[in-house]
Every structure is written in C-alpha cells, then in structure tokens.
Design a protein around this ligand. Sequence first.
Ligand code: PGA
Length: 256
Amino acid sequence: MQQRLIAGNWKMHKTVQEALAFIQEFAKLAPQGNQVEIAVAPPFLALHAVGQSLGDGDYPFKLAAQDLFWEEEGAFTGEISAPMLKHLGCHYVIIGHSERRRLFGETDEEANKKVHAAIRHGLSPILCVGESLQERQAGRTSAIVREQALRGLQGVSSEAIQKVTLAYEPVWAIGTGHAASVVQAEEVHTLLRTTFQEQWGQAGQEIRILYGGSVTPENAGELFRSAHINGALVGKACLNPQAFAKIIHLASPIPQ
Ligand code: PGA
C-alpha cells in the first residue's frame, strides 16, 4: 500500500509562539519512523519559525503552506509566491481549499495557475475539491468533483502529476463534526481514481487521494480501513497535539 499522508491544516490559528509550543509537544507524541508521512500547514507568519524548529529538532514532519499566488514576485500586495515558500523549506502547498473558493471567490482557473506555479518551483500541490450540500442533494457530486479536479489539474504532464496530491473534502463535512461515511468517501475516491487513470494512465493511478472534513480520532480508524483513502487533510483536530498524533497512529499500516 502507498504511504499515507496526514496533513494538518491549521487555518488561521496559532501565533508564532503557540506554533512552536505545538511542535514541541506534538514531537513527543507523534509516531516515530516513516510509516505515515506527516505534514503541518501553519499560517504564513509561522512558517519560518516552524520550519526552523523542524530542522533543529530533526523531526520527520514536512512543512506545508495553506496557499500561494502564481506570480513569482511583483506588485501583488498581501500575496506570497512559490519561490518564497520553497526558500523557507516548504514541501507541500494546499491549493483551492473550499474556504478559499467560498469566502475569497477562488476559481478552478486560479487554482490551476497556482498548481502550475507550485510545480514550476518544486512544491507539491495538495489540490482540494468537494461538493456543497446543495450540490450533493441535487445529485451533482460526481460532476462537481470531476470538474474541479480536471480543471484544477489542466495541463499538468504525466511526469508532473506524480507531485500532486488530491484532497476530497465535501464542503458539508468541513468543520461541521459530520464526516462523510466511508461509503460516501470511497464512492468519490473511486470516481477520482478512474478519472485520473483515464487522464494520466499509470501515473494517474499513483496520485494520492486524501479525505478531509471533520476527521477526528473517533472516526479516523474506520476511514483508514479503506484502502481507497490514502490519508487525510485534518483541520480542527490537528490543532490539538494529542488528537493529531492519534489520527496519525490510526493511519499507520498494521504490521503483517
Ligand atoms: P475540519 O477541516 O477537519 O475542521 O473539518 C478540514 C479542512 O478544512 O481541511
């Protein structure tokens, strides 16, 4: 089985001091070894300090950013570029999160430009897709997630696609305490897998597909029993070091 990725999206939480305290505490609890790949995505302001503490502590956690802008530099007040993130030691960057789409009007075309900028500068994009409750109730889930994934990844070569991770995050499950059931998640993960294979052949078969939306230590065990779920993008529960460490333990493959 592919190595799972568990990424913690801190969203707009934690000062630099709180971020450093979290890393110290979490490092004591997180599973050792490389059975599961672990990434943390603090706010931009804490990336430098967290990146340094990961290096100093020799911790096996990867640094992720929550967003980027597609231009390299210039008069773009308030924006952060891919080379800036790369320079800080970021490995991953989350792109097209539903909060960016819903609250800041981000489109698939913009997400696509961000994906290309990330790849150009050696960052691995985690592209988020997911339907709203209304879309699900109207029977449009498959069409929406397929469209978001294909538009967001348009023009990515089969070589570059190997750097991409996809996160299926139903909007109705994010921050609500109501995660998708394993059956609901598997249905979409299988659809995305087929879509990727059609589009990128063998390389498409290897894209990791994470689930996100109210993942907790209580439901993670069940979600990770599914071989179709290649990891998780965790919001609220990743802010607590004990809960985040527990989720990672649950994602670890059981020794045969
Ligand atoms: P949640 O957030 O775990 O708090 O639902 C997930 C996400 O937004 O990535």
